[in-house]
Design a protein around this ligand. Sequence first.
Ligand code: SF4
Ligand code: ZN
Length: 331
Amino acid sequence: MCRPPPSAKTSSPVVSLKEFIVNLPQLREPRNSVNHNRAYAQFVEPEINRHGHLESIGTIFLTNRECPFHCTMCDLWKNTLRETVPAGAIPRQIQTAIEELPPFTSIKLYNSGNFFDAKAIPQSDLPTIAKIVQRYSDCIVENHPKLVSHRCIEFAKQIAPAQLEVAIGLETCHELSLQWLNKGMTLRDFATAVEFLHAAKIETRVFLLLGLPDLTAQASLEWTLRSIEFASSYGVKCFSIIPTRPTMPQVAELVEQGRFELPTASTIESVMDQAIEMGRGRVFIDLWDAPSFFACEHCQSARLDRLNKMNLQQRILPKVQCNFCDARVQR
Ligand code: SF4
Ligand SMILES: [Zn+2]
């Protein structure tokens, strides 16, 4: 069961959704220079897998057409194209990246959108992609609930014996925030998609935001935990928490106006401690750009190191004590 709402005062979104949507096309520029011959990024990193073992995962960020959804917070469009890539380009990107990376055992194919969006990944390429990824233990792709369909099941069969896992951006179970985020889905859509995937023995993980409009940093933390409970109640066992960064100009503006509380070092550490304690499955805190949230030069690296180890070990480690910032907080 989900816990009760942490604050009854989390009323209507503070900024008109229309205000944002109208401006989104103009805001979606400038883009980075990417081309369909290459994945735009790739790396191998350790991650604890669904069996509780540490393994190496190769993450390949595919270059393809931009996502048709226009989520308010999303800046993934920066590394996308306006047009669909030619057939054969995506398998080539994957193969080239694999050849350039050190060996790894599971693969993430992240495409700044939805893997089962036919305009992003030409569907005629799926059998070829499947042949390439069959050799791995797990293949993780990202996909919107509205694009969950029989295609996922077909691909899961094609990649066997590799296990398919679909990563879904739930972001939050706070319904008003979900509307403000312009996710183009309801909580019911999410639940239906996840149930469909689980019935086909496809694994799932969710992305959750820490930091939402119209919520204090503390309330947002509580909603992140509540969102873990919500997703867990539908059988999700892997949760990736992303501290919201003011990368989009409209979010930065809200922060300036005092209408958006960014996550703090303290809420980032607390959410990880409490999420692990809940025991609902694997929990990861996204540490990309995390130094910006940890301003104290005396303990920044120790705090980030602790969180990184908690990602890898999935247990709560002793808190970092700092005579400088801890003292400031207490005053
Ligand atoms: S569905 Fe995902 S990739 Fe598409 S706009 Fe939303 S957050 Fe970005
Ligand atoms: Zn400090």
